[in-house]
Design a protein. Structure first.
Length: 227
């Protein structure tokens, strides 16, 4: 039994790095990463719930900016696959390092991100994934930002894959942002999702997104605190 959805990363590993992030990874609720890092000495905590068709679960992450232009993050995830008989429990842990030497409030920002994840499915062995991605963000003076990701994933128990993503982040008000994105991997069609992000207090944001791709529904909701 494989928990890769149409050639994409397992849902829990994907959640650790795609859905759990801001701003060094894509800000929730986006799956496409942005080219930016926490300020030196800055930190963040994030928690969320995600769905990938019959696989549903929760995840958490913590990030820290140890030096300028670098951010590190660790995360965990728990999920259940209701399509399996009996239901399969999925557990995952992961870590990531992001380096963005080119950062600008307007115009181009660019960098690299390395991720490592380990997933264990009840009744099966564990699987491991390494990934390296190039990240680019173009910030317009009016506020919108376009994010582009292109990378490769190495799975020790599955096929190696190229992956990509394009996202648009548009501020509607001082507190509310609209996001739309498409992303995918080799040998699979694109996933698409739309969402909203709302700042409820200084450094605290709630968010949610829904989408569809490869004949399945996806969704995520969560909260992020940056301090």
């Amino acid at each position: 039994m494989s928990h890769r959805k149409s050639g994409l990363r397992p849902i829990v590993l994907a959640s650790l790095f795609a859905f759990c992030s801001a701003p060094a990874f894509a800000e929730r609720p986006m799956a496409v990463d942005d080219a930016g890092t926490l300020e030196r000495g800055g930190a963040k905590l994030e928690f969320g719930w995600s769905r990938d068709d019959a696989v549903r679960g929760y995840e958490g992450a913590a990030g820290f900016g140890p030096i300028d232009d670098v951010e590190v993050e660790v995360g965990f995830g728990r999920a259940k696959d209701r399509d399996a008989d009996p239901d399969a429990k999925i557990r995952a842990v992961g870590a990531a390092v992001k380096w963005v030497p080119l950062q600008s409030e307007t115009g181009l920002s660019a960098g690299l991100k390395y991720e490592y994840g380990r997933e264990r499915v009840s009744g099966e062995g564990s699987s491991r994934v390494d990934a390296l991605a190039g990240l680019a963000t173009w910030a317009f003076e009016q506020g919108p930002r376009v994010h582009v990701n292109l990378g490769r994933e190495w799975a020790r128990d599955d096929e190696d894959l190229n992956f990509w993503g394009v996202g648009l982040d548009v501020p509607l008000t001082e507190r509310l942002d609209f996001v739309v994105e498409t992303f995918g991997a080799e040998h699979a069609g694109p996933d698409r999702q739309v969402g909203l992000r709302y700042t409820i207090a200084d450094g605290v944001k709630i968010s949610g997104a829904v989408g569809r791709g490869n004949d399945r529904n996806i969704a995520n909701v969560g909260v992020a605190w940056e301090f």
